[in-house]
Design a protein around this ligand. Structure first.
Ligand code: DHB
Length: 495
């Protein structure tokens, strides 16, 4: 660990909780959203032998009427130089973009993050994303958000919380160092999905009533750029996408995830699909082509991305093309690919990708339906529950094939507002121009098609998408921070 010093300063006046003078119907208190009243500590951490000094404003409740103050809080960190007119990495107090990393995993409740060392729970000397951002002159604002295990954390709680946190930053733009017109969101997996959803739904009226109920700051919630690692998104079509990719792969290594907050415990349990599960896979796979064809996606050259009834066609070639690109980059860097029976390489060039052999080699990790479990056993079933019902279905297919007692279906509006694809290319939203999406070639938590569709839909609607599948990287995020920050600097300083 680097040197760590923490000094409590008087800072500005202590604030945070301010009792409402005119509280009706027994509401206990309202929180003050004025950032200038927040207190801070001065901290410093060492990165590569260099001391990174910053002010830490931690645990700020970002809505007037929170439901859960363990999670509806934000930590804000500002490079110390910005309080004496200095610049860091070419940024100043006026121009520094605000890096907005969430810590959400598994659609579980998440506390805000802190600058420090180690990634994904691993202890190491490596500065995490928040600390890296500070060292490069970004203001860091890490939001907490409610999650599925709490009755108050069901969909759409987490996205409403993230929007409320964005509104807090925009509301306080004058009082706070950093440019709230340049908020760059980052997240991994469920957190990547929510990062993408946050971008795709900027200023949408669909969340207004939810935000109002929390007493979120008035104003916009659009952001400047999105970084998403392995987004577990398009949940209402992810079951068919999974079987489009993994149908025929009947042995699995199921990931048993037990977790509290961000402390994810993962355990692989091997098994083989039952006759009933194989039948579900066989019924789901043929549903995907009609869905893909309905999206009317195109590749960068304007060629229609479609699938025939067997799941073959230009969309499959498009996904396979990203695998080929990843392999080619390895080869060009002089790295070995190892024994890959799904790749054909001739004279140092990748000439073919066998997608079904790739799926078999990657390995199935989920039992069909992968997300909307017929027995209501998945994390996503719990995400789509409500205050009365812990777990619900969110697809017609799984409702029809339900095996659980007293099963209910989530309401269509909630399912709609959890899916970014419903907003890209529609009016009434302000969507960032710049997107960076990363999914490792060894990721089996959702089909590669899910992120490929998100990337294509964004590109087709005129947004700049940096989409890439890093070679052999498993389900994870923040593994390429140097590249992430090169991209962030480029998009935030381009004219
Ligand atoms: C996450 C992983 C999953 O496989 C999933 O279905 C949902 C979330 C996660 O790591 O956040």
């Amino acid at each position: 660990m680097g040197a760590f010093s923490r000094t409590l300063l008087a800072g500005s006046l202590a604030a945070g909780l301010v009792a409402c003078s005119t509280v009706k119907d027994g509401a206990a208190a309202g929180y003050d959203l004025d950032f200038s009243k927040q207190k801070y500590t001065e901290q410093s951490l060492e990165v590569n032998g260099r001391s990174v000094k910053f002010r830490a404003y931690e645990g700020i409740v970002y809505v007037r009427n929170p439901v859960d103050t363990k999670y509806e809080i934000i930590n804000i960190y500002v490079p110390e130089a910005y309080y004496s007119g200095g610049s860091v990495g070419g940024f100043t107090a006026e121009t520094a973009p605000i890096f907005f990393p969430n810590q959400i995993g598994g659609y579980m409740p998440a506390e805000p993050g802190k600058p420090g060392f180690g990634r994904g729970g691993e202890a190491s000397q490596t500065p995490n994303a928040a600390l890296t951002a500070l060292s490069k002159g970004y203001v860091v604002a890490s939001p907490g958000a409610r999650g599925r295990t709490a009755t108050n954390g069901k969909a759409p709680a987490a996205i409403v919380d993230l929007k409320a946190a964005v509104r807090y930053l925009k509301f306080n733009d004058k009082a706070m160092p950093g440019d709230a017109g340049k908020i760059i969101s980052n997240g991994t997996s469920a957190g990547g999905a929510l990062s993408a959803l946050l971008g795709a739904t900027g200023n949408s009226r669909d969340y207004e009533a939810h935000l109002k109920a929390l007493g979120a700051a008035e104003g916009g919630d659009d952001i400047f750029a999105v970084s998403a690692y392995c987004p577990i998104t398009d949940l209402d079509h992810a079951d068919m996408a999974y079987e489009w990719q993994f149908n025929g792969v009947n042995d699995y290594q199921k990931m048993n995830i037990s977790m509290l907050d961000y402390n994810v415990k993962r355990e692989l349990v091997p098994g083989t699909l039952t006759k009933e599960e194989i039948s579900l896979s066989n019924q789901l796979k043929p549903l995907y082509p009609a869905y893909i064809n309905s999206l009317k996606l195109k590749d960068a050259g304007g060629r229609a991305l479609t699938l025939d009834k067997n799941g073959n066609g230009s969309f499959k070639d498009y996904v396979a093309g990203y695998l080929a690109k990843s392999a080619q980059l390895q080869l060009d860097a002089g790295k070995k690919l190892g024994n890959r029976n799904w790749l054909t390489v001739k004279n140092g060039k990748v000439t073919a990708v066998d997608f079904s052999k790739y799926a078999k080699a990657a390995g199935r990790q989920k039992i069909p339906p992968a997300f909307d479990g017929v027995d209501l056993s998945t994390g996503e079933n719990q995400l789509f529950g409500d205050a009365q019902t812990d777990k619900r279905h969110f697809t017609e297919f799984s409702m029809r094939h339900n095996t659980a007692e007293n099963a209910a279906m989530a309401d269509a509006e909630t399912v709609k507002i959890m899916n970014p694809l419903n907003y890209i290319g529609t009016s009434g939203v302000k969507i960032p121009q710049n997107w960076r999406i990363r999914v490792g070639t060894a990721d089996r938590d959702t089909s590669l098609a899910v992120s490929a569709v998100l990337a294509a839909k964004l590109q087709n609607n005129g947004y700049a998408v940096d989409y890439f599948l890093p070679w052999d990287v498993p389900h994870s995020g923040d593994y390429d921070l140097e590249e992430l920050f090169v991209w962030m600097k480029q998009v935030s300083t381009q004219k």
